[in-house]
Ligand binder design. Structure first.
Ligand code: PCP
Length: 374
């Protein structure tokens, strides 16, 4: 263990970070000289909603690079449904059984975050959504959280350790405003020191009501006002937002946008998307329920075989231009006008295709367009 309560990369890569029953399994199989060739599939028999976004493959590839297995998977950013295999591993069971814990951990968590981000992205329509939730998780996984949120479709993220290739955005904390005698001093200080490219989004709920602070911020040159109203003060958030909009317009600040944050949920996004220009979403993305994936044997010794509740045999998922899916046995062809979704990523222990973040985001974005019209 290092300085923080985290597991080192080396311990994950070696499979040392696993559930103890896999170590016992290895020992018993080794003792009895049993090591069958298996095909295993990752599936979810239920989802938080009707579909989900596959994410976390990049870490699985890093983990299994050099392990003597073949890995086929849906590319990251693919929309999938329950019972569909999203990843398949073929190899000698004992060679990779200890990695199940990390494989599922990578996929369950990242796919949960990407899925929540995707649903909120659709709910927001043409409004912007930013991921503000890295503080809701252990900082050691901030990069993963922001990457998954980006793949799911957010417009920017707040953590400075996000992977390169996405906008890093943020406004100002209440603590900053409180360091000055009055909010105007803080807003002007921000305006003087923040790079010109940073939007002047002023936090407008620190001491006074949202209406008066928003008007004062607008007078100080705010391009947007951020309302982060505490739960204890929210009688009717809709009325507060409408009132702020009215007063801003009434005083000639029609171009000043409204940015909402603080416990924003998918339901809030739906409720306020007509009167809010941008949302800062924390826990509703970063603390999303994980996708409940499992990794199960579907073939053993070349024969189809699966435990109760799982379907035997390796499978392929095909999609058509409307985004509809059909799952069929791997052997054989897909229906006319469809394309297979599961591709090869590791062949005999060698990564043959990387998982690119921006391609994953584009893939998800195309699918979300279809989902939002269906
Ligand atoms: C933070 C920020 C956003 C919050 C987190 C997003 O609030 O202002 O509103 O996370 P959430 O959606 O899970 O609430 P605070 O922690 O109140 O920090 P600050 O006062 O510095 O804005």
């Amino acid at each position: 263990m290092g300085t923080f309560l985290t597991v080192s990369d080396e311990a994950i890569k070696s499979g040392e970070c696993t559930d103890i029953y896999f170590i016992r399994t290895e020992e018993a199989l080794q003792h009895d000289k049993i090591n069958p060739h298996v095909v295993m599939e990752v599936t979810a028999t239920s989802l938080p909603d009707s579909w989900a976004v596959f994410c976390g493959l990049a870490d699985v590839l890093s983990l299994l690079d050099g392990v003597p297995v073949t890995v086929d998977a849906m590319p990251e950013g693919t929309v999938f449904y329950k019972n569909e295999p999203v990843l398949r591993i073929a190899g000698k069971y004992r060679d990779f059984c200890r990695y199940e814990t990390a494989i599922l951990g990578f996929l369950c968590h990242a796919s949960g975050v990407a899925t929540a981000a995707a649903y909120i992205r659709i709910a927001a329509g043409n409004r912007q959504v930013f991921s503000f939730g890295s503080r809701r998780q252990h900082p050691a996984i901030a990069t993963m959280i922001e990457r998954a949120a980006w793949i799911g479709g957010v417009d920017g993220v707040s953590n400075t350790c996000a992977p390169e290739g996405m906008p890093i955005v943020g406004t100002m904390p209440h603590a900053f405003v409180m360091c000055y005698k009055k909010p105007e001093d803080a807003w002007r200080a921000f305006d003087r020191t923040a790079p010109k490219s940073v939007p002047r989004i002023m936090l407008c709920d620190t001491f006074c009501d949202e209406k008066s602070e928003s008007l004062r911020a607008a007078e100080c040159g705010a391009t947007a006002v951020r309302l982060d109203t505490p739960r204890s003060r929210r009688g009717n958030m809709r009325a507060i937002i409408d009132e702020v909009r009215w007063e801003l317009d009434c005083h000639g600040h029609n171009d000043v946008k409204i940015f909402l944050s603080g416990g924003v949920t998918r339901e809030d996004v739906v409720a306020y998307r007509d009167c809010v220009d941008a949302f800062g979403v924390g826990g509703a993305i970063a603390n999303a329920p994980v996708i409940d994936f499992s990794l199960d044997i579907v073939e053993i010794g070349g024969e189809p075989k699966a435990k109760r509740g799982k379907r035997s045999g390796a499978k392929q998922v095909y999609t058509n231009k409307d985004g509809e899916h059909v799952m069929l046995p791997l052997a054989g062809k897909g229906p006319k006008g469809t394309a297979p979704l599961i591709e090869n990523f590791i062949a005999d222990g060698k990564v043959v295709q990387d998982s690119w973040m921006q391609a994953a985001r584009e893939r998800a974005s195309k699918s979300l367009l279809l989902m939002s019209h269906s």
